[in-house]
Design a protein around this ligand. Structure first.
Ligand code: PEP
Ligand code: MG
Length: 325
């Protein structure tokens, strides 16, 4: 099997009936870039930048961040690298001292909400990303966007920092694409309005499922209710994909669903353009895609969208996964 996986490293992620899928990888550290290339990933679909911020007492400087982003961008050049802006809060904290005093940290001061209220932190990060954008094919996305006003606010700050760099004669990619994670149910529901203002979406299914089904999956007592095949989740994904289509922007998935062989055909059938999974999962995911027919995936999605039971949908997904394994 190892040999088979190595064998497909250089082959494209294309289904038996010729449908091309973009297969990228999630990274958390600059040193992960090598693993992406070694596994045949087509760029980075999610660069989690939290590692720069957690378990320390000081904030990383703009320079420190620039070096890290530049390292990944240049290592993967010309392939794209999607840098996600800071997703602190929830389960990720700056230091233990800052650990949550909130009753509901996942519903609280997290990710883009934190950044919009701490513009100095946001400014250093966005300037670092902009500066690194000339070192490769850099795209940037915001986490936890819940609606248009929040997105407009983030973009207004971005424009302000771009103007600063222009005035300082510091180069950056004027065409750098901006996207958003779709991981809050409200964002999936207003995806059309968001799509008009963005160049891509990346579905963060980990949070999208948790928030839609109101399930803390770390809580053993309710973990069984965390169901990726719940019809509500599929409708949100479908709405997001269709909004993307109508507005000519691509839609990826960077949550754990994107690396799950049982769920990948369903995601492709629902029309997602890109999957981004842990580097080690890239070869097996590609192996699966190359054994799948897009027609089967579409049939599966059509069935799933007409079905009312999460467990019935899961059974069909498992059956197809067994057929093509
Ligand atoms: C997600 O929510 O699916 C996601 C990819 O973001 P994270 O797991 O970093 O919260
Ligand atoms: Mg998330």
């Amino acid at each position: 099997l190892q040999e088979k996986l190595r064998d497909i490293q250089l082959k494209p992620a294309v289904t038996l009936d010729g449908h091309r899928v973009t297969l990228s990888a999630n990274v958390e550290q600059p040193r992960d870039a090598e693993e992406v290339l070694a596994n045949g990933g087509e760029g980075v679909g999610l660069f989690r930048t939290e590692y720069l911020f957690i378990n320390r007492d000081t904030m990383p400087t703009e320079e420190e961040q620039y070096e890290a982003y530049k390292q990944v961008a240049s290592a993967l050049k010309p392939q794209p690298v999607v840098i996600r802006t800071l997703d602190l809060g929830g389960d990720k904290f700056h230091s233990q001292l800052q650990a949550p005093t909130e009753l509901n940290p996942f519903l609280g001061w997290r990710a883009i909400r934190y950044c919009l209220q701490e513009p100095t932190v946001f400014r250093h990060q966005l300037r670092a990303v902009l500066r690194a954008s000339v070192e490769g094919n850099v795209k940037m996305m915001y986490p936890m966007i819940s609606g248009v006003d929040e997105l407009n606010q983030a973009n207004a700050l971005l424009e302000q920092y771009k103007a600063e760099l222009r005035a300082e004669k510091i180069p950056f990619d004027e065409g750098m694409e901006i996207g958003a994670m779709i991981e809050v149910p409200s964002a999936a529901l207003v995806a059309d309005a968001l799509a008009r203002r963005l160049k891509f979406f990346s579905l963060g299914t980990n949070d999208l499922i948790q928030y839609t089904l109101a399930v803390d999956r770390m809580n053993e007592k309710v973990a069984h209710l965390y169901e990726p095949t719940h019809p509500a989740i599929l409708r949100l994904i479908k709405n997001t994909v269709e909004a993307g289509r109508r507005n000519n922007i691509w839609v990826g998935v960077c949550g754990e669903m994107a690396g799950d062989p049982v769920l990948i055909p369903l995601l492709l059938g629902l029309g997602v353009d890109e999957l981004s999974a842990a580097p080690a999962l890239v070869p097996p995911v590609k192996f699966l895609i190359r054994r799948l027919k897009m027609s089967e995936a579409r049939e599966l999605a059509e069935f799933a969208l007409s079905c009312e039971s999460a467990s019935d949908i899961l059974v069909r997904c498992q059956a197809l996964a067994r057929d093509i394994a």
